[in-house]
Design a protein around this ligand. Structure first.
Ligand code: EPZ
Length: 429
């Protein structure tokens, strides 16, 4: 990357990684062919397709004609194996949501403990508690988790924390359980709603009620497996990719328009950007967000922000915000309330001249810094995106090693930002 170029122009936003992954897993519940349109072409999606194929399902990938991603057809009529191979499971966290779908479909699953980013302890205790409440027997042997259920029964599950993945796992296991399941304090992220909409379209009976929207009480009425049928579903655009590019333009300056954006899911992000001095115009009709950040002296940090569950400011944009905060005026104090250590990328930003101190779950960012291009290392997905934002603002050349982390969630961050005028390209080592 060569920094100090404004971003100008318009780009389309890719399909949502965190919507597509659980919906791909949910295809395992449906004995037939499901078609998912506008999936993002990213590593984690490819891994999930490999996992599905390892159970005996057939997966066909074609380039989408609607937007910028891929269309995926999943045919699960040939599923017979319940053991998920380690090389894909350990590569990504979202593999664990296959447990609920596999239990619902064939009553058995074996995974090795899922890996994921270095963003802190990633327990799955809430997932396993929920599945056990539905009647699954779960045991571990040589770092594999086995789950078996000859019959899943509806239950009341009260989550102490609205875990996104645990909610999705329980929903998928509850779809064909006998009787009704009530999840209290379910996660209300858009990606959970999309999973439920997909399942309902395929014949499930999930109440997306007022009680769910307002207090997270999600009710699933079990249906016979034979009630589930094939369907075609379009994946929503990725709100975190959209937010990443908005912070990139805030940091680098310029005037950009994002097309095909989930406007209603970005209220907390647009509030922060506007409060920091960006001019934002939202076109709900055309699903576009326009951001102007040309008045550089008006880009000022908020004194305090904290991440929290949806619809609050998302933890996945904490690192991109920190990168932008390095160059905005004044000091930002940000508190990370979701993950136990999501500041790994700070030391790379410090090597570029950022002045950030971390105390437990809080980072203090001194704004108004001049960043210098450096050779830095992406340590995880969203931290890697933060380094790209820092590289846009830094003087000189920045190279980002281990950029495969970024490819896990961004279909083509270099292509997207190049289209907006950034000088950025992949280096083939
Ligand atoms: C999903 O992860 C997303 N991943 C994450 O995005 C996102 O940051 C997170 O939700 C929060 O919004 C996918 O959807 C694939 P959680 P998930 O369960 O389901 C603790 C990205 O960059 N917890 O809501 O793993 C956990 O340790 C990724 O795209 C338990 O203690 O998130 C964490 O501190 C990063 N026990 C907190 O809850 C459990 O059983 C939130 O986790 C489960 C979670």
């Amino acid at each position: 990357m060569e920094g100090k170029n404004e971003l100008n122009g318009r780009i389309q936003i890719q399909g949502s990684k965190n919507a597509a992954l659980p919906i791909l897993a949910a295809c395992m519940l449906i004995p037939g062919v499901c078609k998912l349109k506008n999936c993002p072409d990213i590593t984690d999606i490819r891994y999930m397709c490999n996992l599905l194929e390892s159970t005996g399902a057939q997966v066909q990938i074609t380039n989408t004609v609607i937007h910028t991603g891929i269309d995926i057809e999943v045919d699960t009529r040939t599923v017979q194996d319940y053991r998920l191979p380690g090389q894909y499971v350990s590569a990504m966290r979202s593999s664990v949501v296959l447990m609920g779908a596999m239990l619902g479909r064939i009553g058995e699953v074996s995974v090795n403990y899922p890996g994921g980013c270095v963003i802190g302890e990633r327990p799955i205790d809430l997932h396993l508690h929920g599945l056990e409440k539905l009647g699954a027997q779960i045991w571990t042997e040589n770092r594999h988790i086995h789950a078996y259920a000859d019959e899943l029964k509806g239950a009341v599950i009260d989550f102490p924390f609205p875990s996104v993945g645990a909610t999705q796992n329980v929903v998928m296991a509850a779809v064909t359980a006998k009787g009704t399941t009530i999840i209290k304090h379910a996660a209300r992220e858009p990606e959970v709603i999309e999973l439920c909409k997909f399942l309902n379209q395929a014949g499930a009976d999930i109440e997306l009620s007022e009680a769910y929207q307002t207090q997270g009480t999600l009710v699933i009425h079990g249906v016979e497996l034979c009630r589930l049928h094939e369907t075609t579903y379009e994946i929503i655009p990725d709100r975190i990719v959209a937010g990443t590019y908005l912070f990139a333009a805030l940091a680098a300056g310029g005037d950009i328009t994002l097309e095909h954006v989930p406007i209603e899911q970005l209220d907390s992000v647009c509030d922060v950007l506007t409060s920091m001095g960006a001019q934002i115009a939202v076109n709900k009709q055309d699903r576009e967000i326009h951001l102007n950040a040309q008045k550089r002296d008006q880009i000022v940090n908020l004194p305090y922000i904290e991440t929290d569950v949806y619809p609050a400011f998302p933890t996945d944009l904490q690192s991109p915000l920190i990168a932008a905060a390095c160059v905005a005026k004044k000091r930002l104090v940000i508190k990370e309330k979701i993950f136990s250590s999501r500041y790994k990328i700070v030391e790379e930003l410090q090597r570029m001249g950022a002045k950030i101190t971390v105390q437990k779950d809080t980072a203090i960012v001194e704004g108004g810094r001049e960043l210098e291009g450096r050779a830095v290392i992406a340590k995880e997905l969203r931290g890697g995106a933060a380094l790209v934002i820092a590289g846009l603002c830094a003087s000189g050349i920045t190279t980002i090693a281990d950029s495969y982390f970024i490819k896990r969630g961004y279909q083509d961050i270099a292509g997207d930002l190049s289209r907006l005028g950034a000088r950025i390209s992949y280096v083939d080592r």
